[in-house]
Design a protein around this ligand. Structure first.
Ligand SMILES: NC(=O)c1ccc[n+]([C@@H]2O[C@H](COP(=O)([O-])OP(=O)(O)OC[C@H]3O[C@@H](n4cnc5c(N)ncnc54)[C@H](O)[C@@H]3O)[C@@H](O)[C@H]2O)c1
Length: 243
C-alpha cells in the first residue's frame, strides 16, 4: 500500500488510457498525483474517483509557460515534485508520401517537445524534493521501425535518446530518468487500429497488454525500488521486439 507514499507525481495525459491507470496505481500505493490533460471532463473524473490524493489540471504539454503553473500548483497542493510521468502522446497514420508536414510536426510537438518541456519544468522542484524519478513513455516504435507512422517513430526514438541524455545531466542531483517501451496496449489509441490488432499475433505473448500491466512498470520506476536504474529502457511488449 505504500510503495510510493509521500511522493508528489505529475502524470501527463492522465485523463484516460495508460495515464489514468498510472495515476490510479500510484495513488493506490500512497503517492499524491497531479493529473494533466487536454481532456478536462475526463481528467476531472479520474481525479474525483481517486479522491483527496489527486488533482486534475487542464494542460497542453506543448505549452511551456503552462508547465510552470502545473509545477507550482503541484507544489502548492502536495509539496515538491518527486515524480513525473511524461505519458501524453498522439499518433498520426499516413504513408510517408502522403504525410503532411503539419501532421508530422504536430506529433513531434506533443510526443517529443512535450517531454523536453516536462523534464525542464520539474528539475528545480525535484531538487527541492531531494531527488526524483522521471519516466518517459516511449514505445516499441522507439526501439524498431514501424511503417506509416513516421512522426510517431521519430518522436519515440527521440524520447529514448533524450532520456539517456537527461539521465547524465540530472544524476548528480539524484534525479533518475528512464524510458518505457510498451508494445500494443488496449487503450483508445489502439482500439480501432487494424495494425495493432494484427501485430499482437506475431509476438511470443500473443495479446495486447492491459494499461495496468504498464502501470506496474511505472510504479517500479517511480518507487525507490528502482534506485539504481537510470538512463535505461524498460520494454513491456509481450516479446514483440525479440524478432
Ligand atoms: N496504446 C498503445 O498501444 C501504446 C503503445 C506504446 C506507447 N504508447 C504511448 O503511451 C502513451 C499513452 O497512450 P494511450 O494508449 O493511453 O493513449 P490515449 O490516446 O488513450 O491517451 C493519451 C492521452 O494523452 C492526452 N493528450 C494528447 N495530446 C495532449 C497534449 N498536447 N497535452 C496533454 N495531453 C494530451 C490525450 O487527451 C489522452 O488522454 C502515449 O505516449 C502513447 O504514444 C501507447
Amino acid at each position: 500500500m505504500d510503495r510510493v507514499s509521500g511522493k508528489t507525481v505529475i502524470v501527463t495525459g492522465g485523463a484516460r488510457g495508460m495515464g489514468a491507470a498510472f495515476a490510479r496505481k500510484l495513488a493506490s500505493q500512497g503517492a499524491s498525483v497531479v493529473i494533466t490533460d487536454v481532456l478536462t471532463e475526463e481528467g476531472k473524473g479520474v481525479a474525483a474517483e481517486i479522491g483527496e490524493r489527486a488533482v486534475f489540471l487542464p494542460h497542453d504539454v506543448t505549452d511551456e509557460s503552462a508547465w510552470e503553473s502545473v509545477v507550482s500548483e503541484a507544489e502548492r497542493a502536495f509539496g515538491p515534485v518527486s515524480g513525473l510521468v511524461n505519458n501524453a502522446g498522439i499518433v498520426h497514420v499516413d504513408p510517408i508520401e502522403r504525410l503532411a508536414e503539419a501532421d508530422y510536426r504536430k506529433v513531434i510537438d506533443v510526443n517529443q517537445v512535450g517531454v523536453f518541456l516536462g523534464m525542464k519544468a520539474v528539475v528545480s522542484s525535484m531538487r527541492r524534493a531531494g531527488g526524483g524519478s522521471i519516466v518517459n513513455i516511449s514505445s516499441i516504435g522507439g526501439i524498431i521501425g514501424l511503417p506509416n507512422i513516421l512522426g510517431y517513430v521519430a518522436s519515440k526514438w527521440a524520447v529514448r535518446g533524450m532520456s539517456k541524455a537527461a539521465a547524465q545531466e540530472f544524476g548528480a542531483d539524484g534525479i533518475r530518468v528512464n524510458s518505457v517501451h510498451p508494445g500494443v496496449v488496449a487503450t483508445e489509441m489502439t482500439a480501432t487500429s487494424e495494425r495493432s490488432n494484427s501485430m499482437v499475433h506475431d509476438q511470443p505473448l500473443p495479446r495486447a497488454a492491459t494499461p495496468e500491466e504498464l502501470a506496474n512498470v511505472v510504479l517500479f520506476l517511480i518507487s525507490d525500488e528502482s534506485a539504481f536504474c537510470t538512463g535505461a529502457e524498460f520494454v513491456a511488449d509481450g516479446g514483440y521486439t525479440t524478432k
